[in-house]
Design a protein around this ligand. Structure first.
Ligand SMILES: *[C@@H]1O[C@H](CO)[C@@H](O)[C@H](O)[C@H]1NC(C)=O
Ligand SMILES: *[C@@H]1O[C@H](CO)[C@@H](O)[C@H](O)[C@H]1NC(C)=O
Ligand SMILES: *[C@@H]1O[C@H](CO)[C@@H](O)[C@H](O)[C@H]1NC(C)=O
Ligand SMILES: *[C@@H]1O[C@H](CO)[C@@H](O)[C@H](O)[C@H]1NC(C)=O
Length: 425
């Protein structure tokens, strides 16, 4: 995938008038302060603080902080602890959180053991934040909280993986005849009958309407998303109590993305090409507007999961050219590692858009911590859609999936982080 260099200060637009320039500079300083969090705040000699999560509200000085209780919160994470910065710790005692064979809901694209993966190392890691410990995942607390409620994941196959992981983490508390999993077009619904609770997944890889919206047949080479179309899918999201959005991979069609201005039914379609970053920004803003109009911040919570990193090029981590995640069973140990498949410029767009909004949305910044996990992908150990050719069989790396993740595995940790932010924001 092509890379665009991250936005640098010198590439910021310059305004001719000095005062405007000063304002731009000031805005930029605040944006940087926001991105680099604590380090930068120390430079100011005083600690600015966020409450709940960096994106739940705006800055204010410590004395004036009002710690408003967020819906579902029962405690809080230690002051100043960024749960997304930390390290992976081998843990054969408490991991995995469930067995692959005990969870019938994992789709065959993610059951790595069943498809012959020889090692289980990838199942035995837990995430240790630098500043605090993660609370233990409490399935009964989660289920009690969902009583009479709807939780929904909206996005692409990576969000589907996280949805399935959550169902796997919870379903053992529910007797066989009191749960079901059903699919209706784009919507998949897990129901816990005695709880009158649902956990749902809605396929919308761009969040906006697109030509890749068919829940089954969506592998389209020439992807087009439609501007201003979030309600096309959003009408099915109304009434949800806990929402988890993601979108990223499908926008990566090169340096530009095709955007439809009219309707998909128009005979002469009006399509413009804009930079991936601008297209992505447009979708993020649509999402926030939808949240603002449809979710009650006093009763509901909204999460956004950042880009899931791929491991398609082993040269990124100093491996042999031509390799990828295939046959990788260890973690990348360079703390600064950031693969070429993940665009920093898109992360910057997320930071920009979220820092400017008052819409309360909790950011699950899983990108960096997942980027160390070249070992955790499904690789060749998954159901293949098409029979493999002899050429593929002699070169397994050629058909390894270095995008999706085995379950149990990495995405269970994403749910532990979601659990933490939901109950201990
Ligand atoms: C899990 O949550 C339930 C509340 O639903 C609580 O009674 C129980 O003590 C919790 N378990 C642990 C280990 O914290
Ligand atoms: C079940 O939950 C839905 C919300 O998902 C709610 O509208 C309905 O009233 C609940 N039914 C009962 C019997 O509690
Ligand atoms: C897999 O990696 C091991 C070393 O980690 C190496 O010895 C082996 O040859 C590799 N196998 C393949 C098929 O690349
Ligand atoms: C997410 O975390 C990474 C490092 O852990 C950081 O570089 C990045 O700026 C964060 N993204 C946002 C939008 O805060």
């Amino acid at each position: 995938m092509e890379m665009k260099p991250p936005l640098s200060p010198s590439s910021l637009p310059r305004k001719p008038r000095f005062s405007t320039f000063l304002l731009t500079l000031l805005a930029f300083v605040f944006f940087v302060a926001f991105l680099y969090g604590e380090d930068f705040m120390c430079l100011f000699g005083q600690q600015l603080q966020f409450y709940s999560s960096p994106y739940s509200t705006s800055f204010s000085t410590p004395q004036k902080i009002k710690r408003q209780k967020l819906p579902f919160a029962i405690g809080k994470t230690e002051e100043g602890c960024d749960i997304f910065s930390g390290k992976w710790v081998k843990d054969e005692l408490t991991r995995p959180l469930y067995e692959e064979s005990e969870c019938p809901y994992i789709q065959p694209q993610l059951t790595c053991q069943e498809h012959g993966r020889p090692d289980k190392d990838y199942q035995y890691w837990r995430w240790q934040p630098n500043g605090c410990d993660l609370p233990k995942f409490n399935a009964s607390l989660m289920l009690e909280t969902l009583r009479g409620k709807r939780m929904m994941f909206v996005g692409d196959s990576l969000n589907r993986g996280q949805f399935v992981s959550l169902v796997c983490l919870l379903h053992q508390l529910i007797p066989e005849d009191a749960k079901s999993m059903e699919t209706f077009d784009s919507l998949t619904v897990f129901t816990a009958k005695e709880y009158n609770a649902t956990i749902e997944f809605y396929w919308a890889p761009f969040l906006l309407e697109s030509n890749s919206d068919n829940a089954v047949i969506h592998r389209i080479s020439d992807r087009v998303a439609r501007k201003g179309s979030i309600n096309k899918h959003g009408k099915y999201w109304k009434g949800v109590d806990i929402m988890v959005f993601n979108t990223y991979l499908w926008w990566m069609t090169g340096l530009k993305m095709k955007i439809l201005l009219g309707s998909f039914d128009d005979e002469e379609k009006e399509i413009v090409e804009i930079s991936t970053e601008d297209a992505y920004r447009m979708a993020m803003k649509s999402m926030l507007r939808w949240v603002k109009l449809n979710m009650d911040p006093k009763k509901t919570r909204v999460f956004f999961t950042s880009m899931s990193p791929s491991h398609g090029k082993s040269i990124d981590w100093g491996g042999e050219p031509g390799g990828n995640c295939y046959n990788e069973t260890t973690l990348i140990d360079d703390p600064a590692y950031w693969g070429s498949d993940c665009r920093k410029s898109v992360m910057q767009v997320i930071g920009e858009v979220f820092s400017k909004t008052k819409v309360p949305i909790t950011f699950l910044n899983i990108t960096q911590l997942s980027s160390y996990r070249r070992d955790a992908h499904t690789s060749i150990y998954k159901k293949q859609w098409n029979p493999l050719t002899p050429e593929q069989l002699v070169n397994p790396a050629s058909y390894a999936d270095c995008v999706h993740w085995c379950l149990p595995g990495l995405q269970d940790i994403w749910n532990e982080l979601l659990f933490t932010k939901l109950f201990y924001p």
